[in-house]
Design a protein around this ligand. Structure first.
Ligand SMILES: Nc1ncnc2c1ncn2[C@@H]1O[C@H](COP(=O)(O)OP(=O)(O)OP(=O)(O)O)[C@@H](O)[C@H]1O
Ligand SMILES: [Mg+2]
Length: 238
């Protein structure tokens, strides 16, 4: 269980894509200020879970609560306005727009908060140097930074990331995980979905293991990292 008040709770959630049930009776909690990770292999249902929190697709059963409020049936745009932001799988930046334009897109307010913009620049100085460059010309790691920066522009209370390390070199992964630590230190809660169990469990306070749409294990980040079964399945047995 979370050590603080829950900011996100899923209770007995079932999710399907069409006729195919993907998540079964999924229950998890993310406490305020925590870093929680969900690890799972390819196809386990990690992305489906993040999408379902935003109601796309909507859970068939169970409930999703944000800061104690039921959001299961709210429209997606209303959910975003409550203070949840998502960095989707594959980043989904706008390649033809500039770095600055991408960041502005992340702001939900009509006027960009320049204080938040300055914080994003401080978090990722490389973005500040490239504000007028087309986002499609950035490296993969820089695009991931941009996707995180864009999500931070909405001043989220909870930031959810879908495999931010995917396809990146180890040095870039380290930089991004350092930035995630800074984001948490500044007061945002983190829910991180990863196949890269090693990095994710090192960063996280707690973790859940998802297999075929079910949570099969939960524990502290350090506890899961040391667990022989987790090591065998997700850390190459080392
Ligand atoms: N839009 C969709 N329509 C139908 N089936 C889908 C859709 N998206 C995902 N699925 C199926 O749902 C299951 C879970 O997929 P999901 O993308 O959530 O897994 P994942 O854990 O994020 O995998 P990965 O690590 O490869 O990103 C898979 O069997 C996948 O084929
Ligand atoms: Mg996925």
């Amino acid at each position: 269980m979370a050590r603080s008040d829950p900011i996100l709770e899923l209770r007995g959630v079932d999710v399907a894509h069409g006729q195919t049930q993907v998540l079964r009776d999924l229950t998890l909690v993310v406490g305020k200020g925590e870093i929680v990770t969900l690890i799972g292999a390819n196809g386990a249902g990690k992305s489906t879970l993040l999408m379902a929190i935003f109601g796309q697709p909507r859970p068939l059963r169970g409930s999703v609560l944000f800061a104690g409020e039921e959001i299961t049936h709210l429209p997606t745009h209303r959910i975003a306005r409550l203070g949840l932001a998502q960095v989707p799988e594959g980043r989904r930046i706008f390649p033809g727009m500039t770095v600055l334009e991408n960041l502005v897109m992340g702001s939900l307010a009509p006027e960009v908060d320049q204080g938040v913009m300055a914080r994003v620049h401080a978090l990722f100085p490389i973005l500040k140097e490239r504000l007028t460059q087309r986002a499609g010309t950035l490296s993969g790691g820089e695009q991931q930074m941009l996707a995180i920066g864009r999500a931070m522009m909405s001043k989220p209370r909870l930031l959810m990331l879908d495999e931010p390390s995917l396809g990146l070199a180890p040095l870039m992964i380290r930089r991004i995980f350092q930035a995630l630590r800074e984001i948490v230190d500044e007061g945002t809660t983190l829910f991180l979905v990863e196949q890269n169990a090693n990095q994710a469990l090192r960063l996280a306070d707690r973790g859940y293991v998802l297999v075929n749409g079910r949570i099969v294990m939960e524990g502290s980040g350090a506890g899961l990292l040391a667990d022989p079964e987790v090591r065998r399945a997700y850390l190459g047995g080392h």
